[in-house]
Design a protein around this ligand. Structure first.
Ligand SMILES: [Zn+2]
Length: 169
């Protein structure tokens, strides 16, 4: 049984992102076997008084999202329903903060397609924040997180959670 810890990513430019251990555990359930399509969804979170951003809500994979082995496109309507629910359930404290998806690689990092998807999203959505969070789950549970803003800047944090040792069979 893998042990999970609260995770804190510290960015000089964007501030700290906290990922509670139950969120880490939830995300790692979706480690992508190399033969399965990518999956993912939207992320919800809130700001602490100290300015830290907490990733509190993960949209589960939607059957209406579309995916291949190396790409993922989440369903816009289902993401909106998720965001509305997060907002209502927290009395408006939590809101949309970004996107997560899986990669069929052990040390995941965002692709140029991922950066493009996020910049389109920043351009086309009415967001209250100037940046979004991207999160990738590798095939053994290693997590990569990045910040990306409207000006085209980004900061990538690889292996914010280390992967499990692959099982020897
Ligand atoms: Zn990707």
């Amino acid at each position: 049984m893998a042990h999970h810890h609260n995770v804190k990513v510290r960015s000089a430019r964007y501030g700290a992102l906290e990922i509670p251990k139950q969120v880490v555990r939830y995300l790692r359930r979706y480690c992508q076997p190399r033969s399965s399509p990518e999956t993912g969804g939207a992320l919800g979170g809130y700001y602490r008084k100290n300015g830290n951003l907490v990733l509190s809500h993960v949209m589960p994979p939607s059957p209406r999202s579309r995916a291949g082995l190396f790409w993922f496109k989440r369903h816009r309507g289902d993401a909106q329903i998720f965001v509305n629910t997060v907002f209502a359930d927290t009395g408006g404290a939590a809101n949309y903060i970004g996107e997560w998806h899986t990669h069929p690689e052990t040390h995941p990092s965002p692709s140029s397609r991922d950066f493009k998807m996020m910049s389109d999203l920043l351009k086309n959505s009415r967001l209250e924040t100037s940046y979004v969070i991207g999160l990738i789950v590798g095939d053994t549970g290693e997590l990569c997180a990045w910040f990306q803003d409207k000006e085209g800047n980004r900061e990538v944090f690889r292996a914010v959670v280390a992967g499990q040792q692959p099982k020897v069979t």
